[in-house]
Every structure is written in structure tokens, then in C-alpha cells.
Design a protein around this ligand. Structure first.
Ligand code: MG
Length: 382
């Protein structure tokens, strides 16, 4: 047994998941300590976090900007060095985008527990990451609420599940027609009905791309064929996902929609810890739980993602990259909401895929897709 206080490195500590991870650690100081903090450009918030948690290791992207730090000794490490450092017990991968790939790989190669919130790692490089995790006995504990739910439902079972059922809130536009969707604004798209999340994932929730990425992640995390992964729209966001077994029995995990719960479980597993700050579901406010089939014609991103996942190779990398650029263009009001799916589809159609790609080939596909989407909208880099 290691230390009672587990040493946690949070990569992406100033983002939504990073900040909520620090809330969990702050509430449970007898169980978790912060040994490393890494962030991109939000230097002021990072400096506050460093001054509060006094980590040994720090990283920030722009070294020309000096954060205001109290007098203490800090060691500046690269993301990969921090993710694989022998003194780190748990790596929380909360960076967004493809920058999460290489540190995630470093962490699994070092046999760490990786509390994984970075979607791109498994979507773009699921084969490489899961193989290395097996090889090095690294444990990937999912932070996403849906995968955490599935993982909790699988505990104690000795046979493989027959079906995974991912729930989706449906986002703010779920009952919109194709014509209505055409005119939605960035402000409308950024209003998520039930979860507290970053901008990119909020838009991805509105297009259902987020659910498509989660299907691909579930495929890798739980070694489940795409045919056996189902998506249901569940606007109340109380059932976080379900698992069906060989006898037809279905288990579900429920709870108040708060990311701190799956984050905490990814850190504390196999234990559950009492945390008075985690809200409880109030059954007086629950009128009904509804489930319906997703509308794949009005929300084509879900279908595109599942197809890209099924085809495998470098297709999921192109999906991620094209979507990221398209979402940025939508946020900067360069394109319409419905153009996101069109651009992703076009990039996937044109892509010359490579099967069983190396990390370099994945990154090359990512670059190609970014450039292609910018060309398709007829502009330079926004
Ligand atoms: Mg999710």
C-alpha cells in the first residue's frame, strides 16, 4: 500500500474539470494532496492555485509570462515528465484537445492511475493508449459521467456486458427542427440545461458530437463493439448511463448531475468517500425520467462520429480535429451551427485514412483535417 494521502497531478488545472478536481481535493485533504499543477494560458488562476496548493511540480505553456508566486521551491516539468514522475500517484488528464495525447501516453507507460477526462486521447489514439495501459498495468479511471456510470455498473460482475447504453441530455436544441437549427446563435448554444462544462464540450453537446466521441471512448475503455453501444436521449440527466447483461438485466447509475462525483470516484476508486459538498438528488424535484431515440438526421454529428469510430484508423483523429476547428469557427461567428456537421462530414469523406496509425500519423491526420476545414470555409486561420 502506498501513502494514505495520494499525490495528484492535475494537467489542465484551470479548465472546468481541473477546477472541479481541485474542489474535490480541497474537500478531502486527508486523502488527496496536489503534487503537480499544469495549465495553458490562464496564468493568473494557475498562480492562485499554486499559491494555495503548493505543488512540487508546475508547468505552464508560455514561459515568457511569469506567474506571481509566493516564495517557495517549484520544479518546472514538461507535461510528459509530470505525468510519469515516480512521486505522482494519480494523473488527472483534464487538458482539452490533442495536447492531452502525449502526456496521457507518458502516464500509461509509467503505469499510473490516469483519471481521464481528455476525450481526444481515446478517440484519436484509443488503440495505442489501451494497448500501452495493458502492457504497463496502468489503470484508466474514467472521469466523464457516462463512462463513470458504466464503470460503476460493471463493478462486481464477472461476465462481459452485452450492451452499453449511454445517455445524452440532448443539449439545448433537442426538439428543434433542421430549419430552426440553422439559425441558432452561439449564446443559445452555450446554454447547457444540466451540466457545468467548458465551451467546446457545451457546443459538442448541442450538436451531439460529444455523445459520438463518448461512444468511441466507450468502445476502447470497455472493449465493446460499436454494434453493442446504444445512445438514448434522457433530458433529465439523472441516469448517467446503463449496462445490459447476458440475461437481459439492466443496471443504471443515477445521481445529481455534478462532475465532482465522477471526478472523486476516479480518484478514490475502489473506495467511495463521504464528501458533504457533493449535492444529493432531491426526489421531490424528480417528476419523471424519460428516454427516447436520438434523431440522427437532424443531429448528424452523432452518426458521423460512430461511423468514424467503426472505420477506425485515422478517421477519428480527422473527426476530432475537423470538429474542433468547426466549433471554433462557430464560436467566432464565422459559420452557422449546422455547418459544423457539414464541414466534419466533408473532411471525413476526403480523408485518405491509415489503419493502425502511429502517433505521428495520427497527428499528421489531425493537421490535415484542420487545414482542410479552413480551406473549405475559404479563409485563413481564424
Ligand atoms: Mg459526458
Amino acid at each position: 500500500m502506498g501513502n494514505i494521502v495520494k499525490q495528484v497531478a492535475v494537467l489542465g488545472s484551470t479548465g472546468s474539470i481541473g477546477r472541479q478536481t481541485l474542489e474535490v481535493v480541497r474537500a478531502l485533504p486527508h486523502r488527496f494532496g496536489i503534487i503537480g499543477l499544469a495549465a495553458g494560458k490562464n496564468i493568473d488562476l494557475l498562480a492562485n492555485q499554486i499559491n494555495e496548493f503548493k505543488p512540487r511540480f508546475i508547468y505552464y505553456q508560455d514561459r515568457k509570462v511569469q506567474p506571481r508566486l509566493a516564495d517557495a521551491e517549484y520544479e518546472f516539468l514538461s507535461l510528459e515528465e509530470m505525468a510519469s514522475h515516480p512521486q505522482v500517484d494519480i494523473v488527472v488528464m483534464a487538458t482539452s484537445g490533442k495536447w492531452g495525447l502525449s502526456p496521457t501516453l507518458a502516464a500509461v507507460k509509467a503505469g499510473k492511475r490516469v483519471a481521464l477526462a481528455n476525450k481526444e486521447s481515446l478517440v484519436m489514439a484509443g488503440e495505442i493508449i489501451t494497448n500501452e495501459a495493458k502492457l504497463n498495468r496502468a489503470q484508466i479511471t474514467p472521469v466523464d459521467s457516462e463512462h463513470s456510470a458504466i464503470w460503476q455498473c460493471l463493478r462486481g460482475e464477472t461476465q462481459k456486458a452485452t450492451q452499453l447504453i449511454l445517455t445524452a441530455s440532448g443539449g439545448p436544441f433537442y426538439h428543434y427542427s433542421a430549419a430552426q437549427l440553422n439559425g441558432v446563435t452561439t449564446e443559445q448554444a452555450l446554454k447547457h440545461p444540466s451540466w457545468r462544462m467548458g465551451k467546446k464540450v457545451t457546443i459538442d453537446s448541442a450538436t451531439l458530437m460529444n455523445k459520438g466521441l463518448e461512444v468511441i471512448e466507450a468502445h476502447w475503455l470497455f472493449d465493446m463493439p460499436f454494434d453493442n453501444i446504444k445512445v438514448l436521449i434522457h433530458p433529465q440527466s439523472i441516469v448517467h448511463s446503463m449496462v445490459e447483461f447476458i440475461d437481459g438485466s439492466i443496471k443504471a447509475q443515477l445521481g445529481y448531475a455534478d462532475m465532482r462525483l465522477p471526478i472523486q470516484y476516479a480518484l478514490s476508486y475502489p473506495e467511495r468517500l463521504a464528501n458533504p459538498q457533493l449535492p444529493r438528488l432531491n426526489w421531490d424535484t424528480v417528476k419523471n425520467l424519460t428516454f427516447e431515440q436520438p434523431d440522427l438526421d437532424t443531429f448528424p454529428c452523432l452518426k458521423l462520429a460512430i461511423e468514424a469510430g467503426r472505420k477506425g484508423g485515422t478517421y477519428p483523429a480527422v473527426l476530432c480535429a475537423a470538429d474542433e476547428v468547426a466549433v471554433e469557427l462557430f464560436l467566432s461567428q464565422g459559420i452557422k451551427f449546422t455547418d459544423i456537421a457539414k464541414l466534419v462530414e466533408q473532411a471525413l469523406e476526403e480523408h485518405q485514412a491509415i489503419s493502425h496509425p502511429t502517433l505521428e500519423e495520427i497527428m499528421a491526420a489531425d493537421n490535415w483535417a484542420r487545414e482542410r476545414v479552413i480551406q473549405l470555409v475559404g479563409g485563413d486561420n481564424p
